[in-house]
Design a protein around this ligand. Structure first.
Ligand code: URP
Ligand code: ZN
Ligand code: ZN
Length: 464
């Protein structure tokens, strides 16, 4: 068979194995794996590793963030950065603006993304209200259209749901075949600490971290797992930042609760000391849960080594630093409470895990592929994605495992004006990203057209 494209001589990471072979691609799909394949176009990938294109299942793009606040990325810049970082699919959240329904929000997001994306896109929903229209009409309709996962919050006033409401949402997930993702932090405990800190004049960015300590996440993680147990559904605990929360997940799993776990680059590389830099600088690292300390980094790394985590995502949530519509929002210098939460990271997720995980000998290439692509596809129902296998979309990233780079803002493509990893050194770098057979990044440069599409997903809720 003569293929449209053949990637020759790479070390190919397929699901569960590494082998040296060629990849044959026709009409955007992988059509053969073998030796001596021929095609109209040939990429010689000798010395490179071919991985499934990264799937980042936790990104925030163009999300409403409060009056006067704007995210630093639209769909064009976020997916350009994603492609340059070795990703072929991103999964942003649809958050309804106040007064709008989830269905209206989805229509608005699809319009915002249409024709702009350099990666494929598949939306999660955010459920911020357990009203009858959302539960009885919007969720079933949107799940039927392939948006088969949604996030609920135990924190953030205006977004958080009560335990009773989370149970109602989980019940819809169980009936309709969707997966509930939980942001697990105890808002009442945070507010108690935040008010005290403000009363005492502790208003600098570092107090964001100090008022969201490990116990608030540990307790909420325990509660989220208990709610999933009661509702008899699987649950994804997103952005796990510390060992105590991970232990709650391990204990729940030992009881037979179906708990998936996600962690992110910030929890293996950054600490709360980053928020303690002089002046207002620490605002660059304000995100929730906050980065912890080196002991917690070690606990999260150990969890990655032991296979306790299912997915490694970025939680890309970019704001500009020197901008009153970003981190320097009105009131942000008067109290950390007013600093928009979130950091940019869609472009740096894969190099950081490759370097800290694979290059440092902590995880295998197969584990890297699972944590960055295969498990995201399996858990969230992206049936054509996440593996280099015949019949799958030809979503491939070629890695140079020997290339060392220093991460700096000027080599990145996101819309933010800084990176939290300025000066961070990595070994291993993505050199070519291929989306459905078309190159979208070559040598660090975005190429081609905005060919990304919205991908509907299968029903979810499978056992871990
Ligand atoms: O600080 C963060 N992580 N902002 C994004 C929203 C969220 O909670 O994931
Ligand atoms: Zn969250
Ligand atoms: Zn997030």
């Amino acid at each position: 068979m003569f293929h449209d494209l053949v990637v020759q001589n790479a070390q190919v990471v397929t699901s569960g194995a590494v082998s040296s072979c060629d990849i044959g691609i026709s009409q955007g799909q992988i059509t053969a794996l073998g030796i001596g394949l021929t095609g109209a176009e040939v990429i010689d990938a000798r010395g490179l590793i071919a991985m499934p294109g990264g799937i980042d299942s936790h990104v925030h793009i163009s999300q409403p963030s409060g009056p006067g606040i704007e995210m630093a990325d639209d769909f064009a810049s976020a997916t350009r950065a994603a492609a340059c970082g070795g990703n072929t699919t991103v999964m942003p959240f649809c958050l309804p603006e106040d007064g709008k329904t989830l269905r209206e929000a989805v229509a608005a997001y699809l319009a915002k993304a249409d024709g702009k994306c350099m990666t494929d896109v598949s939306f999660h929903l955010i459920v911020k209200s357990a009203d009858p229209v959302t539960l009885g009409q919007d969720l079933p309709a949107l799940i039927a259209k392939g948006m088969t996962s949604f996030k609920v919050f135990m924190t953030y006033e205006g977004m958080r749901l009560t335990d009773a409401e989370i149970l109602q949402v989980m019940d819809v997930a169980r009936e309709q075949g969707a997966l509930t993702m939980v942001h697990a932090e105890n808002e009442d405990a945070i507010e108690f600490l935040r008010e005290k800190a403000e009363r005492d004049g502790r208003i600098q960015p570092v107090h964001h971290a100090r008022t969201r300590p490990v116990p608030v996440e540990r307790e909420a993680t325990h509660r989220a797992a208990m709610l999933a147990e009661v509702a008899d559904v699987p649950v994804m605990i997103v952005h796990v930042s510390n060992g105590a929360a991970l232990d709650e997940i391990r204990r729940a799993r030992a009881r037979g609760v179906r708990v998936f776990a996600e962690t992110c680059p910030q929890y293996i590389t950054l600490t709360a000391d980053d928020l303690d830099r002089a002046g207002f600088e620490g605002a660059k690292w304000v995100c929730s849960p906050p980065p912890r300390d080196t002991d917690e980094q070690a606990a999260i790394l150990a969890g990655l080594e032991q296979g306790a985590f299912d997915v490694f995502s970025s939680d890309h949530c970019p704001f500009r630093f020197a901008d009153p519509a970003g981190k320097d929002a009105p009131g942000a210098r008067a109290s950390f409470r007013n600093i928009p939460n979130g950091i940019p990271g869609v472009e740096t997720r894969l190099p950081i895990l490759f370097s800290e995980g694979v290059s440092k000998g902590r995880i295998s290439l197969e584990a890297f592929a699972a944590l960055t692509a295969t498990n995201h596809a399996r858990i969230y129902g992206l049936e054509r994605k996440g593996a280099i296998a015949v019949g799958k979309d030809a979503d491939i990233v070629l890695w140079d495992p020997a290339q060392t780079r220093t991460i700096t803002q000027d080599i990145l493509h996101h819309g933010s004006d800084y990176t939290p990893w300025e000066g961070f050194e990595v070994t291993g770098w993505p050199v070519r990203t291929i989306l459905r057979g078309q190159t979208v990044m070559l040598g660090g440069v975005p190429v081609g057209t905005a060919m990304g599409q919205h991908v509907a997903r299968a029903k979810t809720g499978a056992r871990p």
